[in-house]
Design a protein around this ligand. Structure first.
Ligand SMILES: Cc1cc2nc3c(=O)[nH]c(=O)nc-3n(C[C@H](O)[C@H](O)[C@H](O)COP(=O)(O)OP(=O)(O)OC[C@H]3O[C@@H](n4cnc5c(N)ncnc54)[C@H](O)[C@@H]3O)c2cc1C
Length: 432
């Protein structure tokens, strides 16, 4: 195993976050025969939806095929943006200027909403408005960032600061980048602590939570649905699908519209504070301008580096992906050569063909998914919206209900085109 001599003696192929927040023990109680609202998927989407319905007095049941919160919601990078992938110009071409403005504004307002939610509920999850350092991977991209900061779209202005390469050490001790942009609004969180806080809120509101309970089949019956699960049949009046990058054959309409893409992360062993401080004095969340993006940050205790991205063309596993992911980290921060790796993990984010997240109702089934890697904020917000829509509350209205949730011919949920797409984007990243 000399190939892995860079791993620490206590190395684990699971999320670093689970060290502090282990997956909750499964409940032994039996699945009820019926419920008002059944939510499939116990990540941020499912739990925020369940919180709304449980608090409104609806008998609410959440099921997950694995441990509760096993999906992306306890294994992500902890970087919160409230941004959608398509920019304003692209959205204007598609939907006109007014809707473009409304889409970007609503996504951004979701970030304010989330900050207020965490504060109001007193969730202890290391939530911080730390700002993002968006680093330019070449001079051309730096010039684009400067233009972006200097010519902001009227009505969408935000606090952005240009950092020249010569001043960059105040943000990151790296020669790899050509300067960057600080986006003040962006935040960081411990994603698993945040998830655990939500789980407690749902349980305290009367929601029933069942891990290791996979939905296997859905049948529409008179006034609702009969759902076959691995723990028996449950009848429900309202059904919500909150499975995002793990959407399976049980909901084929949604599966044809979500593209699961693996994202891979590692954590280093703890460094001494002084060294970690020198590495990233800004203590921000970090990402760069590449299409095949990397993202990283210091752990909330400040002592580790958590580094993520996609380094392989084909899907891999957290062990096989680790050497290449570490090499990518060392390209940016070569001074970490002697620092051992303590954790490696991966998960599937849910992309969409129009790179927008979607929510709505199809064949009577509510859904919210497709956050394209920005789900901490948007999954939370969309979960809340879908819960409110289900309750018939006008506060649940969202402009994101409008864009059509597209699929493509011959796509049934297995992204056969992904390897070619990754190769293509890697080439573009090298060229521009
Ligand atoms: C490595 C990584 C890093 C990321 N970094 C960031 C980041 O820094 N910032 C950010 O905003 N986003 C990030 N994301 C994305 C973000 O975590 C997700 O968008 C978000 O957590 C989605 O939440 P969700 O509730 O919709 O889905 P998930 O949390 O993925 O939950 C879906 C659940 O559905 C369950 N499920 C599936 N099928 C069934 C079934 N048939 N029956 C029962 N249960 C089922 C799964 O077991 C799973 O637990 C990252 C993701 C990964 C993998």
């Amino acid at each position: 195993m000399s190939e892995f001599s860079f791993c620490s003696s206590d190395f684990r192929a699971e999320p670093y976050w689970w060290n502090m927040t282990p997956r909750p023990a499964p409940l032994a109680s039996a699945l009820p025969e019926s419920t008002d609202v059944l939510v499939i998927g116990s990540g941020y989407t499912g739990l925020h939806c369940a919180l709304q319905t449980a608090q409104a007095g609806r008998d609410t049941t959440v099921i997950d095929a694995e441990d509760l919160g096993w999906g992306c919601s306890s294994r992500n990078g902890g970087q919160i943006s409230g941004e959608i992938k398509p920019g304003y110009e692209e959205l204007s071409r598609r939907y006109g200027r007014d809707d473009a403005l409304a889409l970007v504004r609503e996504a951004r307002s979701a970030l304010d909403w989330l900050g207020e939610f965490v504060a109001d509920q007193g969730l202890e999850c290391d939530y911080q408005q730390c700002g993002r350092y968006l680093a330019a991977h070449n001079p051309r991209q730096f010039r684009k960032l400067v233009a972006q900061a200097q010519q902001q779209i009227p009505g969408l202005e935000q606090n952005l600061q240009i950092v020249e390469k010569r001043d960059q050490a105040s943000e990151i001790d790296s020669d790899y980048y050509h300067g960057g942009l600080v986006i003040e609004r962006h935040c960081g969180v411990d994603p698993a602590k945040y998830h655990q806080g939500l789980l407690n809120l749902v349980a305290d509101s009367g929601g029933k939570l069942f891990g290791h309970c996979a939905a296997l089949g859905i049948e529409a019956v008179g006034d609702g649905f009969k759902v076959q699960t691995s723990r028996g049949v449950i009848k429900t009046r309202e059904l919500v699908v909150a499975t995002n990058g793990y959407t399976g054959i049980v909901t084929p309409w949604q599966r044809r519209r979500v593209i699961p893409i693996g994202s891979y992360m590692l954590a280093t062993e703890p460094m001494n504070q002084e060294r970690a401080e020198r590495l990233m004095p800004g203590r921000r969340v970090y990402s760069d301008t590449r299409r095949i993006v990397v993202y990283f940050r210091r752990s909330p205790d400040g002592r580790r580096l958590l580094f993520g991205g996609r380094v392989s063309v084909f899907e891999s596993d957290p062990i096989r992906s680790l050497p290449a992911l570490r090499q990518e980290m060392l390209r940016i921060l070569p001074q970490l050569e002697d620092v051992k790796i303590s954790h490696s993990w991966m998960g599937f984010v849910g992309y969409t063909f129009d790179t927008l997240p979607h929510l709505g109702r199809q064949d009577g089934i509510h859904y919210a998914m497709g956050y394209c890697g920005s789900g901490i904020c948007l999954a939370s917000y969309f979960g809340n919206r879908i819960g409110r829509q289900l309750l018939g509350e006008s506060e649940g209205d969202s402009i994101f209900n409008r864009p059509r949730f597209q699929t493509r011919p011959l796509y049934s949920g297995n992204p056969w085109f992904l390897a070619s797409a990754v190769r293509y984007y890697q080439l573009l990243d090298r060229l521009m």
